[in-house]
Design a binder for this molecule. Structure first.
Ligand code: 5GP
Ligand code: MN
Length: 312
């Protein structure tokens, strides 16, 4: 059921033992928003714990309290009176879904949120879930410590491509400005987020070598096969290498994660790629979306290029 911002805040106030989670393949917004909320709820005297059912990109391990994030082990249960799901609909939280039967509070900024379980507060205009959590701190009267601010700024910065993407709005800068006042060091966060291993940069070269152009230059794609992916901790930002090509509206990258499991990332300047992703079982935002295709790399290319062609 859709609820208002104030109702979402009330649900958090009423809860005492909160299990917090976010999507698998977690990004800066997923980790930043969960860690910030965990600290905020603890500051209110509640018990709060973050579980994420996936590996997390190394760059994000520097965030305050990162070491407290847990991954559920087989069949593990957690005693909670609220399951707080951030930055995704409840279908992308892996085995955390099985840890508790507590009521769900879902806070998200994805326009494709399926609204299929529990109470949902969704704000599609928010640049990041961290932008919503910042407002929530105000509503809950929680003081934003430098540690909380660092987590929130990281989510805000990474989801907006460091304030470059179309989701960046006046409120995003205002929030960022207030977070800097709370003790954030933007240059340090930028440096930490842009760090890459040599293996990752070499994988970037492989990705660029695979570049293909479709539909007379409107679409550009890159392909990473399984052996390349096995040497690569993260492909975060690879797609930005080709998003910038003159005349390209939709950029995509397909990476093979295991046999017949291909991850798709899309970025666009005009086309609504959230619709393309949705059609293929995924989701996201108008200008940044993704999905998983359970087939070979070659087949995934055919399916995706056809679906993008229809949307052009
Ligand atoms: P990325 O390309 O960075 O992995 O994802 C771009 C955006 O699309 C992110 O906001 C991400 O949460 C969303 N997204 C990516 N893959 C999926 C998916 O399989 N399902 C849904 N619902 N959203 C996705
Ligand atoms: Mn997000």
């Amino acid at each position: 059921m859709l609820i208002t911002f104030k109702q979402a805040a009330s649900k958090l106030k009423a809860a005492n033992k909160i299990l917090i989670t976010a999507h698998i393949l977690p990004d800066g917004d997923a980790i930043g928003s969960t860690l910030a909320t965990m600290q905020m709820l603890r500051a209110l005297g509640k018990s709060a714990q973050v579980f994420i059912d996936d590996d997390v990109r190394k760059n994000l391990h520097v965030l305050p309290h990162f070491e407290e994030i847990r991954r559920p082990v087989d069949g593990e249960k957690f005693d909670a009176d609220l399951l707080l799901i951030l930055d995704t609909s409840p279908d992308r939280i892996g085995n955390v879904a099985k840890m508790t039967d507590a009521p769900i509070l879902n806070i998200d900024h994805h326009v494709t949120n399926k609204n299929d379980a529990g109470d949902l507060y969704v704000e599609p205009d928010a640049a990041a879930t961290c932008e919503i959590i910042f407002k929530l701190a105000g509503e809950l009267n929680v003081k934003i410590t430098p540690e909380i601010a660092t987590c929130l700024y990281t989510g805000l910065a990474t989801d907006t491509g460091f304030f470059q993407f179309s989701n960046t709005r006046a409120e995003t800068f205002k929030t960022a400005s207030e977070l800097v006042n709370c003790g954030v060091k933007p240059n340090i966060i930028s440096e930490q987020m842009e760090r890459r291993s040599a293996a990752e940069v070499l994988s970037m070269r492989t990705a660029l070598n695979s570049l293909k152009i479709f539909y007379g230059g409107k679409v550009a794609g890159m392909f990473l096969d399984l052996p390349t992916m096995q040497n690569c901790d993260s492909t975060e930002g690879f797609i930005d290498l080709i998003r910038v090509i003159d005349g390209v509206d939709v950029a995509f990258m397909i990476s093979e994660r295991s046999e017949k499991v291909c991850r798709v990332s899309m970025r666009s300047k005009g086309v609504d790629v959230s619709k393309v992703a949705n059609e293929l079982g995924g989701g996201g935002h108008i200008r940044a979306a993704g999905c998983t295709l359970y087939t070979t790399l070659d087949d995934a290319e055919k399916i995706l290029v056809a679906a993008i062609g229809k949307a052009l």
